[in-house]
Structure formats: C-alpha cells, structure tokens
Design a protein. Structure first.
Lengths: 250, 166
C-alpha cells in the first residue's frame, strides 16, 4: 500500500468534498433560483469527481475501505483539504469569492495532473477539467458582475475577497506526500503554479474593478489536517447519518 | 470532432439500444454515446460505459437498466464505469441530436459557438419550439448538470440547452 499516494489523493479530493458540502448547504437557500441551481450543480460535479478519487483510494487501501468510509468516517485531522474551502457560506459574494479563488487553483492543478504517470489520476483529471472549466467561467463571471456592478455589490465582493485572501497562500504549500508524488512523476508541483495563479486571479479582479489585497500574513494548516474552527461543525453535519446509522444506504 | 471508438457486438447492440437515458427518455444510451464496449465473454456480457458528467446520478440507473435489459434476454451482464477517454457531446449521434430537438432540448453547438452563447455574447442557440434564434441565456446551469437554461424571446417558451462538452 502506497501511503503517500493515498495521502496525495486525499489532498486533492478533500478539497472537492468539503467545498461540495459547503455548496450543498446552499440547496434551497441560493439568492435566486438560477444561482441556487448553479451552486448545487457545481457541488454535484465535485462530488462525482470525489467518488472517482475515493474509489481509487479505497482500492489502494483494500480491506473494508470504500468510497463512503473514506468520505464519512475519518477524523477531522485526517481530512487534508485547504482552509479556503471549509470557510462558511455568509453572503452570496462570500460564496462566489471562495469559489473563484478555488476554481482558478483547481483548474491549474488539473491541467498538470492530466500528465500524471498514474493512469487513474490522469483519467480523472481529464474528465474533471471539462467540468471545472465551466465552474471557473461561472465564478469569474460573477466576480466581474459583482465587482463592476452596484456600489453595494462592489463593496461586498471586495470585502469577501479581502477576507478570504489570507487562505490563498496555503494552496501552494507542499506536504510530504506532495513531494514524494512529485518525485515519482505522479503528483503536481503546486509551488510552480503560484505565479500563474496570482496572475490569473489579478487579471479578473482588475477587470472587475477590484483591488488586489496586499497582506503579508497568511493562514495555513488544512493540508496538515489542522483545520479552522468551522470544520468540526461541517463534519458533524456531513457525517451525522453514517455515525447515527452505520452503513446506511439510500 | 472527437472520433468515437467503440467495440460493440452487433447482437448486443440491439439490446443496448432499448436502454434509455432516465433523464432524457427519448434518447437511447447508444445515441447518447456512453457505451464504450460490449462483449460476450464466457457467457457473460461485459459492458463498459463512460459517465457524461462525473456526478451524473443517471449513471447508476443506466448501469442497473443495462443489467435488467440483458437479464430479460437471458444474459448475465457486468457493467463497468470507465473514465478514459472522457465522454464528449460529439459522441451524441445525429439521430440522438434529432431526438433531443424533438423532445424540446436544444442540441449542443460547436465548442466555439457554445462558448459565445453561454457567455451571452451571441444569439446562436435555436429555440426547439419555434426555431427562432432570438433566444437568451437565463442560467448557465439548468435542470441537470449537462444542460443550461434558455428562453426564446419570440415564442417566450423556456427551454433547456444541452451544453457542449469537449
């Protein structure tokens, strides 16, 4: 069993799982029917991708592991998602800013992961990239609309970008599993994506007449399993059914 | 156009053609282009299908429906989901596209036209009800992951547009 590979898969898939859960919370609560459906459609795409990753991880782990045990039965510190995706929904601007800051990163990771030596990861990336390009188009579009919209929408999206900016640097931190997988030609070297990421994000923020935040202190920890105070609540809700009724099925 | 390479036994083809997409019942899974291969090996039918969208809930149902269709004809079937090569809307057959239009779903445009239409730059999506090109994008995401939501500004009917996926 290749533990680094399993940890590497968690590092990628947990981002989609936790963001998918956050977006799912908006089901029936979106500011308009169209955006409600859009956010939950994105959630569905992300969960679909997660299933492919976790089915693969379950095969590597063997024994009784399944996609569901991996998704629902780990402890908080075993989830390796970045802090950005676990941040709670506040107003629409906040959910869009979180989506945008993640989509740009997600797309860059998948572009590289397509070239992985690992056939399964490469296939999942090739499949997912088609969906994530569309997510990115949606969130970038809303950044422009809100930024270049009314005084109030501009103010709210700027505030959301400022709030979440602190979590962007962590996207480019490498874990030990990352380093091992990069060395094997399986993983993506995220440190190389940083320049391009901030270039793309800045371009869209500028188009949206928004300021690019300048802060020097960044938050980190998610990739090591050290999460923000919001994660426990998210997991409590997400894991409730499997903990209350073990092995339940639809 | 991405070529569709499949490996399907002719007699199995006819049975597979009777299985439809649960969300678009007028479309058989063969017209949809989701079946990659179907072979009879040691008395068991082995079918490989590829998901349209990763999270498409129809895929589980399609798998079960394939097994049921073969069971009715006295075959045991195994269905495997494969990701590579990734499905594209190019694999929807001309017959499938016609069935979509007749059902009231506008069929996917070419990649570049699709982008223009979904960014709201140009009016390129034809209303499946009255044929007018005077249509507008209502929402980039529609009733299922594969569709966007449009409205015709002539006959005023709302309709789904099957997004180009390449």
């Amino acid at each position: 069993m290749n533990n680094n590979l399993i940890q590497y898969i968690y590092g990628i898939a947990d981002n989609s799982l936790i963001l998918g859960q956050r977006l799912g919370e908006l089901c029936g609560h979106g500011p308009s029917l169209e955006t409600d459906i859009a956010m939950t459609n994105i959630s569905l795409d992300l969960f679909g991708q997660v299933r492919s990753y976790f089915q693969y991880a379950a095969k590597l782990i063997g024994g009784d592991a399944t996609e569901d045990t991996i998704a629902f039965l780990r402890k908080e510190r075993e989830y390796k998602n970045v802090l950005l995706v676990e941040q709670p929904n506040q107003d629409f601007a906040n959910s869009i800013a979180r989506q945008f800051l993640f989509d740009v990163y997600h797309l860059l990771v998948l572009e590289e992961l397509q070239n992985s030596n690992d056939e399964t990861l490469s296939a999942i990336a090739k499949k997912s990239i088609k969906e994530v390009s569309y997510h990115s188009r949606f969130s970038s579009d809303w950044i422009r609309r809100l930024g270049d919209g009314t005084e109030e929408s501009h103010y709210k999206i700027q505030a959301a970008i400022n709030d979440l900016w602190i979590f962007t640097d962590e996207l480019f931190h490498q874990t030990n599993a990352d380093k091992a997988m990069v060395a094997d030609g399986i993983g993506v070297d995220v440190t190389l994506l940083k320049v391009n990421y901030f270039k793309k994000v800045s371009e869209i923020l500028e188009e949206a007449t928004l300021q690019i935040p300048t802060i020097e202190y960044f938050q980190k920890g998610g990739k090591q399993g050290i999460h923000s105070e919001h994660m426990g609540y998210l997991l409590a809700q997400m894991q409730y059914m499997q903990l209350a009724y073990p092995n339940m099925n639809w | 156009m991405t070529e569709q390479l499949t490996n399907i036994d002719q007699k199995l083809f006819e049975i597979l053609e009777t299985v439809s997409d649960p969300e678009i019942p007028v479309l058989s899974i063969m017209e949809m282009g989701v079946v990659r291969s179907a072979k009879l090996i040691n008395g068991i039918v082995e079918v490989e299908i590829t998901p349209t969208y990763s999270g498409c809930p129809a895929m589980d149902v399609i798998g079960d429906d394939i097994k049921a269709a073969f069971q009715q004809k006295g075959y045991e079937a195994k269905v495997e989901l494969i990701l590579s090569p990734a499905w594209t809307t190019d694999w929807i057959t001309p017959k499938g596209r016609a069935a979509l239009e007749k059902y009231g779903i506008a069929s996917p445009l070419s990649e570049s036209a699709d982008k223009e239409a979904l960014l709201g730059n140009k009016k390129l999506v034809k209303c499946p009800q009255c044929g007018s090109l005077n249509t507008k994008l209502v929402s980039q995401f529609g009733s299922t992951a594969c569709k966007a939501f449009f409205q015709c500004e002539d006959c005023l009917e709302p309709f789904d547009y099957f997004k180009c996926l390449k």
